[in-house]
Design a protein around this ligand. Structure first.
Ligand SMILES: C[S@@+](CC[C@H](N)C(=O)[O-])C[C@H]1O[C@@H](n2cnc3c(N)ncnc32)[C@H](O)[C@@H]1O
Length: 203
């Protein structure tokens, strides 16, 4: 599964192993809910989730993959933690067709898998995602990473997994979840997975 999916992802193997463990945790504890990645880029994590979903007999779950499919929205910028160096904010030509091709290549029958196109700040309020078991945030910048828990953390089940990529690397990816979690009476214990990825289980 890793060999199939990893060519379409920027994650290290530790990030995939974190998704692997999270999905086993969800299965073992019979937690209900869908699997969501904000910032899917070329779809590798979504493909990995779909392969594992089949392996774990979880095909009732919808996988939601959100992205502009054009890179970072114009006018947004952010910085590396501990430096004033800005992140190189790449804008691509629309790559949705590439993601669809990657999915078709790896998943002859992708099952319930939804690609949601547009800035999450715009698309999240329109989405009918009711219950979430796995919430993975990977849009890097402050504005989007702030909008994501505002809309979605309340729908994450107790025992569900929150993963924030680049929490260890980018200022916005740390500040936005920190601000959100600081308002909760019972925030999750957030732990380092690797240099970028942090994760916690909702109490
Ligand atoms: C670091 S990449 C995601 C990496 C991906 N999870 C992987 O496995 O390789 C960040 C992605 O977030 C998307 N993105 C950035 N800002 C966004 C926003 N406001 N709304 C939706 N997607 C956004 C970019 O287009 C890009 O594909």
């Amino acid at each position: 599964m890793y060999a199939a999916a990893s060519p379409f992802s920027l994650l290290h193997i530790s990030g995939f192993y974190n998704v692997f463990q999270s999905m086993h945790h969800i299965r073992r504890n019979n937690l209900p809910g869908d699997l969501v990645e904000c910032g899917c880029f070329l779809g590798g994590v979504g493909i990995f989730m779909a392969l594992l979903r089949e392996h774990l007999d979880m095909s009732d779950r919808t996988i939601w993959l959100l992205d502009t499919f054009e890179g970072f929205p114009d006018g947004q910028h952010d910085y590396f933690i501990g430096q004033d160096a800005p992140i190189n904010s790449v804008h691509h030509d629309n790559f949705r067709a590439d993601v669809e091709g990657n999915i078709a290549h790896c998943l002859p029958d992708p099952g319930k898998l939804r690609l949601i196109e547009g800035p999450v700040e715009t698309t999240l309020p329109t989405l009918d995602i009711r219950v979430i078991a796995l919430l993975r945030l990977d849009t890097d910048f402050y504005t989007s990473t702030k909008a994501e828990p505002e809309h979605l953390y309340g729908r994450l089940v107790r025992g569900g997994v929150l993963i924030v990529d680049d929490y260890g690397i980018f200022q916005g990816s740390r500040r936005a979840p920190d601000e959100y979690l600081a308002r909760l009476s019972s925030p999750p214990l957030f732990n380092r997975i690797d240099s970028g990825v942090w994760a916690g289980v909702k109490p």
